[in-house]
Design a protein around this ligand. Structure first.
Ligand SMILES: [Zn+2]
Length: 242
């Protein structure tokens, strides 16, 4: 029964795509807006005017709305009722609060992992850092930012209770967004060697060194961000995408 169902499901999916005829186009628009945000051609707080985007990309406003709601779901765009969609803009204060929370939380996670970590845990961390290195060598900046965040989450998942893991997940995705929005282009999110040094100190059982390295690492990420971007800047959407 299952093998008979599979083809009909995919036929249905294909025909839906054909009827809309726009899935590839929507993906392309999504990628171009996201790239513009990541490359700082669209900065936090920029208003994304539906009708202008519709005209630039030669689609109707409904399609633009679909793309914007996908970006909003991912936290890259904020929608304000009666005002429209804007590139998400965590304030400088919010960004600093997130790093402050991480500096309090992550040393405790390091301490637990030095106490309880198994060889298997450390192997997993090394494998993760190898993945980060691959993404960096491919020049896949978005994967680098995601994997950098996941390194910290992986540590939490090894030692923390569910509420702390949930908190770490939120802090980690907010940090990714802040890096997406405030990072200088071409500055790495988490330098690879810093993750490797933290693992090495934990493997040596040197808690104080591992904690000092982790705090230094978080300070370093915060310091590489440009948390002083101007707000409410007028931009010419046609010049950016036209
Ligand atoms: Zn890191």
């Amino acid at each position: 029964m299952l093998t008979e169902k599979e083809p009909s499901r995919s036929r249905k999916a294909r025909s839906a795509g054909q009827i809309l005829g726009t899935n590839d186009k929507l993906d392309a628009i999504y990628e171009r807006i996201l790239a513009a945000v990541m490359e700082h051609r669209l900065i936090p707080g920029t208003k994304l005017v539906e009708e202008k985007l519709a005209s630039v990309f030669h689609v109707n406003r409904t399609r633009i709305r679909e793309v914007l709601s996908r970006l909003a779901y991912e936290g890259v765009v904020t929608t304000i009722p009666n005002r429209g969609a804007f590139v998400a803009s965590p304030s400088v204060e919010e960004a600093r609060h997130i790093f402050q929370a991480r500096r309090i939380m992550e040393p405790a996670l390091i301490r637990s992992l030095v106490d309880k970590g198994t060889d298997e845990d450390f192997q997993k961390l090394h494998a993760h850092v190898a993945e980060e290195r691959d993404a960096r060598e491919r020049g896949d900046k978005r994967a680098v930012i995601r994997l950098s965040g996941e390194f910290h989450l992986l540590i939490a998942e090894m030692v923390a209770s569910p509420p702390l893991i949930k908190l770490m997940r939120e802090l980690s995705s907010l940090t990714c967004l802040i890096i997406l929005l405030y990072d200088s282009p071409n500055v790495p999110a988490c330098p690879n060697h810093e993750h490797t040094d933290i693992i090495a100190a934990m493997e040596e059982g040197n808690i104080e060194k591992a904690i000092a390295l982790m705090i230094g690492h978080l300070d370093h990420i915060e310091a590489t961000l440009d948390l002083s971007l101007p707000e409410d800047t007028e931009v010419d959407l046609e010049a950016i995408f036209g």
